[in-house]
Design a protein around this ligand. Sequence first.
Ligand code: HEC
Length: 145
Amino acid sequence: MRNQILIPTILASALALGFAIAGYTQEKTEVRHIPAPNTDIASGVAMYGAYCAVCHGADGKGNGPAATAFKVAPTDLTLLAKKNGGKFPDFKVSNAIRGDGSVTAHGSREMPMWGDVFRDINRDESKVTLRVHNLTQYIASLQQK
Ligand code: HEC
């Protein structure tokens, strides 16, 4: 179903068992679907924590608990400016998040289409755009010099 997001079982375990998470780190992470939680549209940091950190890591470096479940490693989001000659590629990033356009060249895209997920939370297209914008701004703030 479209209004669901990927979430690794390790995360569910972490929520239920708190610090017992360490006991799971050696196991292969299985990914399952849960309904996308609603979040504060205005808060890039809250949305990032709810939707992105599980794969890209709390610090954006691509080492979230679900990272090992994918063939393509989640991108280190702190190096996007560095890899683009020092300029943060706003447009490319917002397209990659939204999921339309052909920015992601890989044949099988592992990164969820967030535009669809956000549209299912609220059909208002301006709100979808605002979520993508605020997430893009938040990722811009994570860039390493
Ligand atoms: C289920 C794991 C997963 C989740 C959750 C996830 N991503 Fe990704 N993301 C990936 C993977 C894997 C890639 C690598 C590229 C690919 O697979 O196409 C990626 C790539 C990206 C890129 C492209 C970077 C570039 O090279 O230009 C951006 C930007 C990005 N993710 C942002 C986000 C944001 C923002 C969120 C939360 C709204 C998010 N991701 C959630 C797995 C994930």
